[in-house]
Design a protein around this ligand. Structure first.
Ligand SMILES: CC/C=C\C/C=C\C/C=C\C/C=C/C(=O)SCCNC(=O)CCNC(=O)[C@H](O)C(C)(C)COP(=O)(O)OP(=O)(O)OC[C@H]1O[C@@H](n2cnc3c(N)ncnc32)[C@H](O)[C@@H]1OP(=O)(O)O
Length: 253
């Protein structure tokens, strides 16, 4: 993770080649970095983007979920939950500068921010069902809160990956920006949020989001148990094995 501060704005650049997949170690690093910026009194905003060309993040590292060690799988899921709690509940203003593809966990990271700008000709969405897995309720709440129930239900069922244009049309992202302007526009959007007194913006954000974060807090252990029980099922392992094979075939084909 490349993290630096530009005045009162923290910039986090995901930099885990080849595709910024989020494994246990990287999620832990991500959480530490966001918690550090959150606790920095001089930090009013965070921009999350990718240091890699063409990929914002490929989402959760599928290899963490395929033929897993159960203890590690639990730690992994705890970090995924924590990342969402940290980002969705963040008191600083957050902008996702999506400069590449953003499937599943990559999409969730961006949906957890306050504002999303995206470069053209990429794809974004919660594609979990295409892997034969199910987005948990808090992924589903987050997309529903962004694009509304009907569109979210349809997109989740299909595991639909939106093009940048489609994402803009349904409100999954807020603005389409050429890649060379994405950081400049992220700073402009941040300034718009800074024009509102921080405490008023923060209380409003809490009013909108707290109930959803509280819901996960209340069910956190059960959510981890569900995840571990679900992922370790033979049928789910088979489906994930097939998906991994298809990724490799696509590469060679
Ligand atoms: C009842 C419910 C209870 C509980 C809930 C249960 C389950 C829910 C759990 C979790 C939710 C899951 C969230 C996720 O995020 S799952 C991850 C989904 N991500 C994807 O499907 C992305 C797949 N990747 C791609 O589409 C492409 O790789 C991408 C467009 C990102 C990049 O394409 P490109 O052509 O540039 O690169 P590739 O050659 O495809 O990939 C390079 C290399 O990287 C490997 N790879 C890709 N993505 C991942 C990944 N997410 N994890 C691990 N590894 C990944 C790919 O296989 C290649 O590897 P190699 O062949 O070895 O070089």
């Amino acid at each position: 993770m490349l993290t630096f501060k530009e005045s009162c704005i923290g910039v986090m650049k995901l930099s885990k080649p080849p595709v910024n997949s989020l494994n246990l170690e990287y999620l832990t690093e991500f959480n530490i970095a966001i918690e550090k910026l959150e606790n920095d009194k001089s930090c009013r905003g965070v921009i999350i983007t990718s240091a890699l060309p063409k990929i914002f993040s490929a989402g959760l590292d599928i290899l963490e979920m395929y033929q897993p060690n159960t203890d590690r799988l639990r730690q992994f899921w705890t970090q995924v939950q924590q990342l969402w709690i940290n980002l969705y509940g963040s008191q600083v203003a957050t902008v996702a500068a999506i400069n590449g593809h953003a499937p599943a966990g990559g999409c969730l990271v961006s949906l957890s921010c306050d504002y999303r700008i995206m470069a053209p000709n990429y794809t974004i969405g919660l594609n979990e069902t295409q892997l034969g897995i199910v987005a948990p309720f808090w992924f589903s709440d987050t997309i529903t809160n962004t694009i509304g129930f009907r569109k979210a239900e349809r997109a989740l069922q299909l595991g639909y990956m939106f093009t940048t244009d489609e994402a803009k049309a349904c409100g999954l992202i807020d603005k389409i920006v050429p890649p060379d302007q994405i950081m400049a526009v992220a700073h402009e959007e941040m300034k718009k949020m800074f024009a509102v007194p921080d405490f008023a913006r923060q209380i409003t954000k809490n009013q909108c989001r707290k109930q959803f974060i509280d819901k996960l807090h209340a069910k956190r252990d059960a959510d981890t148990d569900n995840f571990v029980n679900f992922i370790t099922k033979d049928s789910i392992q088979k489906a994930m094995g097939k998906y991994l094979e298809s990724l490799k075939k696509r590469k060679s084909g």
